[in-house]
Design a protein around this ligand. Structure first.
Ligand SMILES: [Cu+2]
Length: 465
């Protein structure tokens, strides 16, 4: 059973919250059995040595080969109706109703994440994944979270943007004791506002967020007709410093990040958003990186409809094609997908749509470097990052043809292959695929990638002869 099939079944079987959480984690992390109660053998282990790390890689590669696809939208388990949010390359956290309270289980733990084919990293996350599974509830719900810490250090969870009793706010030391390794804490509150929120640690925050600990928290309005859309996607923006040839984020990096992701994936590893022509679409975006990201959608204009402060009244929504995402903030944009095609959706900082690159690249525009590059690169593998670019950087797309190889576990600076040639992107880049709504295409079917857009004859830019 592949992951998508699993989730389809999982949606139907979701009354067993622990079963689903455990099994979804299984896809990425074979090291823990989440279905089992914690035992002493599950106690966090000290950081692995380099040799343990390389020995373990076979297992991790196997684990990561079950890379998650966008799950089919699941129906709400029961109770209120709403259009479920889709977390591309992610999952939704199941719950169990216990005496009128929605109960969720989150386990903070080390995970291995495949960012794109060819690159894995040691991260921290929740329930076997980074970002953690999306929490999805309805305004007015009473919620209870059991948060178990399987990290090697203490943690806590802050429910970003929520109205709640101060002691449930999750700021370690300020509003609660930190959750020590091996311990489980309980958070309980009533979700008072609908909208888009996030969750993340408020203990050793810089390190834990740099390792990937974060998730989205979506609250649907009590009235399902309010703010209704046909397709509802959510992305978390993340920044990482993972040096070429290494496997672990540098958690003390403050400014000089080299990897930019949507839901802990980078192009071409990010699932497309697939919608029917005419669908009303919402994209919810949360930014937990250390810089802003102007997220740009091609082919459509959208309105800024929601922030983590709440819904923007229709009279105050404004049109954009790029939404600048401030640090520590959420924005949701809405539009009618009425133009067929494969439309890019990406950060407009152009170095955020590239793979790892050094910032110490000398400007080689117009410099003839001849054949010296290959010779020097044989002596100094890292040199290949420096002398490129005599005639622009497009040549980076085909480094193999130039006799160069990348360090292991390193994504190219520019990559991706489209139907007309190299796409030359990386990082925060994916596509919105708008297709005609031809029966029997259903919501479920549209969760599958429909492939390249077949452009009608005479509608593609062409070479003048
Ligand atoms: Cu960016």
């Amino acid at each position: 059973m592949n992951r998508r099939q699993f989730f389809r079944k999982g949606g139907a079987l979701a009354s067993s919250a622990i079963l689903i959480a455990g099994s979804s984690a299984h896809a990425q992390n074979h090291q823990h059995d989440h279905a089992a109660k914690p035992t002493p053998t599950d106690a966090p282990k000290p950081a692995e040595s380099a040799s343990e790390r390389s020995r373990g890689l076979g297992l991790w590669k196997e684990a990561a080969s079950a890379s998650p696809l966008t799950q089919a939208p699941i129906k709400p388990q029961h109770g209120q109706r709403y259009t479920p949010v889709i977390t591309p390359n992610g999952a939704t956290l199941p719950w169990k109703m216990v005496d009128g309270v929605k109960e969720f289980r989150l386990t903070a733990e080390p995970v291995v994440r495949e960012f794109a084919p060819g690159m894995l990293a040691h991260c921290w996350g929740y329930n076997g994944m980074t970002p953690g599974p999306t929490i999805e509830v309805v305004e007015g719900d009473r919620v209870r979270f059991f948060v178990t810490n399987k990290l090697p250090e203490h943690t806590s969870i802050h429910w970003h943007g929520q109205r709640l009793p101060n002691g449930m706010d999750g700021v370690g030391g300020l509003t609660q004791p930190h959750i020590d390794p091996g311990k489980t804490f309980v958070y309980e509150f009533t979700v008072r506002r609908s909208g888009t929120f996030m969750y993340h640690p408020h203990s050793d925050e810089m390190v834990q967020m740099a390792m990937g600990m974060m998730g989205m928290f979506v609250v649907h309005p009590k009235n399902p007709r309010e703010h209704a859309v046909d397709r509802d996607f959510c992305f978390l923006l993340q920044s990482w410093k993972i040096e070429p040839g290494t496997y672990t984020p540098n958690t003390v990096e403050m400014l000089d990040f080299n990897l930019w992701s949507l839901n802990s994936r980078t192009f071409p590893g990010i699932d497309s958003m697939v919608v029917r022509k005419g669908d009303r679409v919402r994209i919810r975006i949360g930014n937990l990186t250390m810089t802003n990201h102007p997220m740009h959608l091609h082919g459509h204009e959208f309105k800024v409809a929601c922030t983590d402060g709440g819904w923007v009244p229709p009279t105050a929504q404004w049109p954009e094609v790029t939404i600048d995402m401030p640090v520590g903030a959420v924005r949701a944009v809405e539009f009618i997908a009425d133009e067929e095609g494969d439309w890019a959706f990406h950060c407009h900082k152009s170095h955020h749509t590239m793979g790892p690159m050094g910032h110490a690249i000398p400007n080689m525009m117009g410099v003839d470097q001849g054949s010296t590059v290959k010779t020097i690169a044989e002596l100094f593998p890292s040199y290949m990052y420096m002398p490129m670019g005599s005639a622009g950087m497009a040549e980076m797309q085909d480094m193999a043809a130039m006799g160069m190889t990348l360090p292991e576990n390193t994504l190219p600076m520019m990559t991706g292959e489209g139907q007309y040639g190299p796409i030359e992107m990386g990082g925060m880049f994916t596509t919105l695929k708008v297709r005609p709504d031809t029966p029997p295409a259903s919501r479920q079917l549209l969760a599958a990638d429909p492939g390249d857009y077949q452009h009608p004859k005479g509608t593609v830019a062409f070479e003048m002869k």
